[in-house]
Design a protein. Structure first.
Length: 112
């Protein structure tokens, strides 16, 4: 797994590449929690290059939803691959997230 963070239009964009599983979920959790701890900017998770997500990765996504509810800064997913979307759908988690087809749509939503 590789993580890349940037800021655009006042939104923190976290791009994740590769596999998100038990071996690297702690690193991902740290990146997500760092954003909520130190930033008041919305977090947009770009999943275009995320090939696989395990239950450990799903746990971090749920944690992010909870942290965002505390901070009220904004959190959304974008560019999700079909296989990752299927995992969230099967787990019953899709309704918990704001999901956008493109990064631009997510940025536009936070600009409102």
């Amino acid at each position: 797994m590789e993580l890349d963070t940037s800021t655009k239009q006042g939104v923190t964009i976290l791009r994740i590449r590769g596999r998100l599983d038990a071996t690297n979920a702690k690193d991902f959790e740290g990146a997500v929690l760092d954003n909520f701890a130190s930033e008041s900017t919305p977090l947009l998770l770009n999943m275009a290059q995320l090939d696989y997500i395990s239950s450990a990765g799903l746990r971090v996504l749920i944690l992010a939803v909870k942290k965002e509810a505390e901070k009220k800064s904004g959190f959304a997913l974008c560019c999700m691959q079909e296989n990752v979307s299927d995992v969230l759908r099967i787990a019953g988690f899709l309704p918990l997230f704001r999901i956008f087809e493109t990064e631009e749509q997510g940025l536009a939503e936070f600009a409102k």
